[in-house]
Design a protein around this ligand. Structure first.
Ligand SMILES: [Zn+2]
Length: 285
């Protein structure tokens, strides 16, 4: 009896020891999430890599620059992207995705289905059908789970597939990426009217990092919206000496008034932000 009892204790101690060791081992394996705002000139292209190396690309910028950018973030043998998202079908977001579709195998595509009468758009429609990817139309309320990260779709509120707009900026997909205690808000080129609608709908906007809407245009980025997002870091994606005068001083003033750190692709190049689920690090700054 006494011998058995001590054996039980011994195996219990062994089990505890092993368990403790496994816990330590797991902790050492926690991988970060990376978000890279590529410097693609006047346009947007954002690369997300989850801890399980799932790769998501939001927009592709205005041309083929995206291919070289992806090459710096992905190993040469990896030619698969798990998900691409087209926020809206304007050239400065769409054209680069056409190059990506030529070069990479894309598993999933999320877009609004909003139509546009341009050559790039026609090529987009043709290419996504050829790709045989799983295609979904974005709508508020959808959630994409990737490793421990969640991408929540906040806008558009309705399915807009097949509709045509004079200006498709107003149809941009707005999404919020949550990883542990960190969050990122991606706004495409929404205008002040969509920002107002999101505020009225009480969308959960609060985020650590804000991708400033429409390349820092003053027709977007109201004080009320920025206040609600209350980011620590604002990233502006735009080209050097662009013809639109982006970013507008009014927007820079609002961000500065709130003490938000401003990072710009035209000044800083690619901007990589790493999250361990608790804190953000920006390796190059
Ligand atoms: Zn744009």
């Amino acid at each position: 009896m006494g011998k058995n009892f001590s054996l039980v204790i011994l195996s219990l101690l062994l089990a505890l020891n092993i368990l403790a060791w496994i816990v330590v081992f797991d902790l050492s394996k926690i991988q970060p999430l990376e978000v890279v705002f590529f410097d693609v000139g006047q346009g947007d292209s954002i690369f997300i890599e989850t801890p399980k190396k799932q790769q998501i690309l939001i927009d592709g910028g205005p041309g083929s620059a995206i291919l070289e950018k992806l090459g710096t973030e992905m190993p040469f043998y990896d030619n698969t992207l798990d998900l691409i998202i087209l926020t809206h079908p304007e050239k400065d977001h769409l054209a680069g995705l056409l190059e990506v579709l030529k070069r990479y195998k894309v598993e999933n595509i999320l877009w609004t289905g909003v139509k546009r009468d341009t050559l790039e758009f026609k090529e987009w429609e043709r290419k996504i059908l050829e790709e045989k990817a799983s295609i979904k139309i974005a709508q508020a309320g959808q959630k994409i789970f990737a490793a421990k990260a969640v991408l929540e779709i906040l806008y558009p509120f309705e399915n807009l597939a097949g509709q045509e707009f004079k200006d498709s900026n107003e149809t941009s997909i707005v999404s919020r990426l949550v990883f542990g205690e960190n969050s990122f808000l991606f706004t495409g080129d929404i205008r002040k009217s969509e920002e107002k609608a999101l505020l009225e709908q009480r969308a959960n906007l609060d985020s650590d990092v804000l991708k400033v809407a429409h390349h820092g245009s003053k027709t977007s980025n109201s004080k009320e919206f920025i206040e609600k997002v209350s980011p620590e870091i604002a990233v502006i994606s735009l080209g050097k000496e662009n013809s639109y005068g982006h970013p507008h001083q009014e927007v820079l003033d609002i961000l500065e008034d709130y003490g938000i750190k401003i990072l710009r692709t035209d000044q800083h190049g690619n901007i990589k932000i790493i999250s361990d689920g608790k804190k953000l690090t920006i390796p190059n700054f």
